[in-house]
Design a protein around this ligand. Structure first.
Ligand code: ADP
Length: 482
């Protein structure tokens, strides 16, 4: 691995400012199948220890001036940006995405740290006109305490910085368990946190046995917030586990994004937006277009232009020059794409381009477009999480909105139109937490990311993001007027 600073490659867990644990679990480069490192396999006991360290670190961290916490977070941000090239290499090697996308993710994730470093100084309470003579009403906001979070492999760095930075900004401390596929990006963030002067115990990273670490996070009294990004099934399990201790949860779960192209759309822009939305990270994002609805009159033009654009995509190792699509994360992911594709073909779909594993072998898969997709196909109900784009033909606005909403997920939706009336109507009717209008990519530190229905609870990013980590305290002060 060609790193300018090889000390960013950490293979032990980070608890209370110390590197601990014996390297055991393989981390594999999905482009080559090679083992690139081993990380510890910690469990319940070590999770408990990490939580205790975070608990002990909480009060002193919360007592710092907001400005002091802000300066430390800002330093962490600066170090991440300075080391972005190395962090991108580490990410591409363990996750597979093209280097440019990895660097994009590092900077996107760092952007949350920058944003919340500023936001730390803007946590305002309020006064409320009193309801009782001789008294005053004050409302303050206090950090909830220790937050614990479990993160996925598709955005190995940004899902951590996006969760942790608002928590740290307001005075909470954190214990993170990254995905077993991509622990190195998380551990590199920990190394930079240490260099930035984040006090010991404030930010901890543990790898290992997911169910037992998750259970400890949910059951331990010191943890007041459990955050998770990942599959809906695991999210539901964590919510059930956290219910017994009435813990607050933040859940970013699966999506099933509709992408609608109306007949008044700018078709070239829609093609460009779809390529970004569908094929970024090989289609392995929860906000990826999963169902592409194209209105009758523009169907042929859109599909022809899309096929032409996809035919130019280059598949290969994420480290390769000009590569647009890397490997999928593992064979399970490839099999899911194949299963959805086969089911679509069984229901009458036609392959326009792609349609099989890539000649490169391993977990590489061809960017694939199929036409004649129908409601009864699996792709209509489930997230594919891979480079398969099914095109549905539709007739009218009401019908397509009903189809778009007819799923249990409600994360992101996209549509293309130039009719201002239609834009408002459709944007308001779509049952999704985020709607991209004439754009295929929409996440940023300044905006609230999150879903409705079974896609989750809570928001990450924007000033809303800090509320997850704050308790409201109401104080009634009496005996004032003498
Ligand atoms: P995927 O199937 O795509 O890997 P998961 O939802 O299983 O998605 O994984 C997301 C994160 O959840 C990972 O960090 C993983 O280790 C963790 N995880 C998986 N199963 C459990 C569990 N039973 N309890 C807690 N965390 C889990």
């Amino acid at each position: 691995m060609q790193l300018k600073d090889s000390s960013l490659l950490k293979t032990q867990c980070f608890i209370d400012g110390n590197w601990v644990g014996e390297e055991r679990d393989d981390v594999i480069n999905p482009a080559t199948g090679e083992v690139i490192a081993r990380v510890p396999h910690l469990g319940k006991k070590e999770a408990k220890e990490a939580i205790l360290c975070a608990e002990l670190a909480f009060k002193p961290w919360a007592k710092l001036l907001a400005k002091e916490r802000s300066a430390i977070l800002r330093k962490w941000y600066d170090l991440i940006v300075e080391n972005a090239d190395d962090l991108a290499v580490i990410m591409t090697i363990e996750q597979g995405k093209p280097l440019a996308e990895s660097k994009g993710e590092i900077l996107y994730g760092a952007g949350f740290i920058e944003f919340y470093a500023d936001e730390a100084r803007r946590i305002y309470g309020e006064t409320i006109p009193t309801f009782r003579k001789d008294s005053r009403v004050i409302v303050t906001k206090q950090p909830i305490g220790v937050m614990a979070a479990i993160t996925p492999w598709n955005f190995p760095s940004a899902m951590i910085s996006r969760k942790v930075s608002p928590a740290l900004a307001v005075g909470c401390t954190a214990v993170i368990k990254p995905a077993p596929e991509t622990p190195l990006s998380a551990l590199a963030l920990a190394e930079l946190a240490k260099r930035a002067g984040i006090p010991d115990g404030v930010f901890n990273v543990i790898t290992g046995d997911a169910p037992s670490i998750g259970q400890e996070m949910c059951e331990n009294d010191a943890v007041r917030f459990v955050g998770f990004t990942g599959s809906t099934a695991v999210g539901k399990l964590l919510m059930r586990q956290a219910a017994d201790k009435v813990k607050r949860v933040g859940m970013e779960l699966g999506g099933n994004a509709p992408f609608i192209v109306f007949d008044d759309a700018d078709i070239d822009a829609a093609v460009e937006g779809l390529i970004l939305s569908k094929f970024r990270n090989s289609g392995q994002t929860c906000i990826c277009a999963n169902r592409i609805y194209v209105q009758d009159a523009v169907f042929d033009e859109f599909s022809d232009k899309l096929v032409a654009a996809v035919s130019k995509m280059k598949v290969g190792s994420g480290l390769g020059e000009g590569v647009n699509q890397g490997p999928l994360i593992n064979m399970r992911a490839v099999e899911k794409v194949e299963d959805h594709l086969q089911d679509a073909l069984d229901h009458g779909a036609k392959v326009l381009i792609g349609g099989k594993r890539h000649d490169l072998g391993g977990t590489f898969f061809e960017p694939t477009i199929v036409a004649e997709a129908k409601q009864e196909m699996k792709v209509s109900r489930e997230e594919t999480f891979g480079p398969l784009a099914p095109l549905y033909r539709f007739k009218d606005e009401d019908g397509v909105v009903a189809m778009a909403n007819n799923v249990t997920a409600g994360l992101a939706a996209y549509f293309y139109s130039r009719d201002i009336g239609r834009i408002w109507r459709v944007a308001e009717e779509l049952e999704y937490g985020m709607v991209g209008i004439n754009v295929g990519i929409l996440a940023s530190a300044e905006t609230p990311f999150g879903g409705i229905k079974e896609s989750g609870i809570g928001r990450e990013g924007s000033h809303h993001g800090v509320e997850e980590f704050l308790e409201i305290k109401y104080m009634l002060m009496s005996g004032i007027d003498g």
